[in-house]
Ligand binder design. Structure first.
Ligand code: COA
Length: 378
């Protein structure tokens, strides 16, 4: 319901807060009708393939591209926190095996967050000391959760590898190729920030209460896990995997469209045109799938996307970033049930940036609700 109502007068609200803004930001600029995404003024197309995830994270968090010295210091700070607390790693043994890998990862991070010094100190300078530790601990814990799926032990980090390559090394126990690293790095870069989406907003609500940055990130992780959010990349890949090839993809899509099926990896609250992150990642996915003998999967994806967009594009429904990232993660060897995890590693950067941007004079976020008397007749 938007607009004036007998109860709200001229106040506006919408279910899902659709069409409402919940804050202002200098971190990213998203144009959902032109399909443009800028981080701190840089279009993502100018960043992909040009800068590392470390540089992107610095840009998103600190507001400017690092110079050589700043990058060196920031990279060293990130490397410094590659060994999470032992208690967090051990906690994995106590989590039910059937729990979703993202839930296992989040639970380990809950334990790790308790080891961040002075958690009760929520002064701005203390909060600013936390992002590097969170980014690196989570990468190690994520890799550990992924290896746990196959019942294998964690792998120690390697100082000679950057954030993206080291995560892949720790998750798969093999040194990734240059092509794999470039593709995975690109996926981290384009997913590092996306405004006040549901998970970022969840993090912002938590930080606004005076909580610590670790708690805010954990809230974001919970919000991200849903099928309509970060869980969609796993579901989209599973949908693709069930299809034998492009022909079956077209037939199945037509039949599913008639049923009014909701396709994971398609549609977006903001983008009503092609998602720029999809355009940026498709060449990487195509190259990796071809190099790994998975051309059929690539053609299946293209056929499915074409059918769905031809039918629903007029309604503003196009492939979103969750349709394409699995086609990078899969040929690298990441297990499908773990696909939401790398998304989380990237996007938590934006959550932290929004929290730190909000903190200096941010009020507690506590919106009202309108009471609807069950006996009231409109
Ligand atoms: N497949 C088919 N139809 C879809 C659709 C999809 N993936 N996403 C939205 N629609 C349709 C709805 O059925 C609805 O149609 P109607 O107006 O005829 O009833 C219309 O588009 C609006 O849908 P709604 O759920 O109100 O849009 P929203 O802005 O609230 O939802 C998403 C945005 C992302 C939650 C939604 O597009 C979705 O569920 N996508 C699949 C999950 C996904 O990929 N999530 C990751 C997002 S990055």
């Amino acid at each position: 319901m938007i607009g004036s109502s007998p109860i709200l007068g001229e106040q506006r609200y919408g279910r899902g807060l659709e069409d409402l803004v919940a804050g202002d930001t200098a971190i990213s600029d998203i144009d959902g009708s032109a399909g443009r995404l800028l981080y701190r003024g840089y279009p993502i197309e100018d960043l992909v393939g040009q800068v590392s995830f470390e540089e992107t994270a610095y840009l998103v968090l600190f507001g400017e591209m690092p110079d050589d010295t700043q990058l060196e210091d920031w990279s060293a700070e990130l490397r410094r926190w590659r060994m999470p607390p032992e208690a967090a790693l051990e906690s994995l043994q106590r989590i039910p095996e059937h729990a979703h890998p993202l839930a296992q990862f989040r639970t380990m991070m809950t334990v790790a967050a308790c080891h961040i010094p002075e958690p009760e100190n929520t002064e701005l300078d203390a909060q600013w000391r936390r992002p590097a530790r969170i980014l690196s601990w989570t990468a190690a814990l994520a890799a550990c959760a992924i290896r746990h799926l196959e019942g294998v032990d964690p792998v120690a980090p390697r100082d000679d590898l950057g954030y993206a390559a080291n995560f892949l090394y720790q998750a798969t126990a093999r040194t990734p190729t240059a092509e794999e690293t470039a593709a995975f790095e690109a996926s981290l870069v384009v997913q590092a920030e996306h405004g006040l989406h549901a998970a970022a907003f969840a993090a912002l609500v938590v930080i606004s209460t005076g909580a610590d940055l670790g708690s805010a990130v954990l809230a974001g992780m919970g919000a991200l896990s849903g099928a309509r959010h970060g869980g969609a990349n796993q579901l989209c890949f599973q949908m693709l995997e069930r299809l034998e090839g492009p022909e079956e993809a077209r037939l199945w899509a037509r039949e599913a469209l008639v049923r009014g099926h909701r396709f994971p990896g398609f549609g977006h609250r903001v983008y009503k045109c092609p998602d720029p992150r999809v355009r940026a990642l498709e060449p990487y996915a195509e190259a990796l799938l071809e190099a790994s003998g998975n051309e059929r999967l690539w053609r299946t994806y293209l056929a499915l996307r074409e059918e769905i967009e031809a039918a629903l594009g007029g309604k503003g429904i196009f492939a979103n970033v969750d349709s394409i990232t699995g086609l990078i993660y899969h040929p690298i060897g990441l297990p499908v049930s773990a696909f939401p995890i790398p998304f989380c590693l990237a996007i938590q950067t934006g959550w932290m940036a929004h929290c730190l941007e909000y903190l200096p004079d941010g009020k507690v976020i506590a919106p009202g609700a309108v009471y609807i008397d069950p006996s009231f007749q409109f």
